[in-house]
Design a protein around this ligand. Sequence first.
Ligand SMILES: [Zn+2]
Length: 94
Amino acid sequence: MSDFPLPILFIMAVFFTMWLILRKYHQIEQRKRALPELNAYLYANNQTEPRCSACESTELNDVGLTHGKDERRIVSCAKCNTMLYRVVPPEREE
Ligand SMILES: [Zn+2]
């Protein structure tokens, strides 16, 4: 293996890095999909108005699950970036 051509090593390194990035991205996606819905979140944290469960902030950010205009929203804390809960549009609710 010591006389492996350098370009091949380089390409392998690039692919390995891409694989690591994809794996990280996938983990974040999984975590988003595992988030509780708003009502479950409020109930679990004994809240009536949603606020951050980590730092108590009421400043929240919401982003689309897969893209900016996605109706499924992921709400996270604007201060500490903790992902808090997801909002599912009514027609998708079970
Ligand atoms: Zn927070």
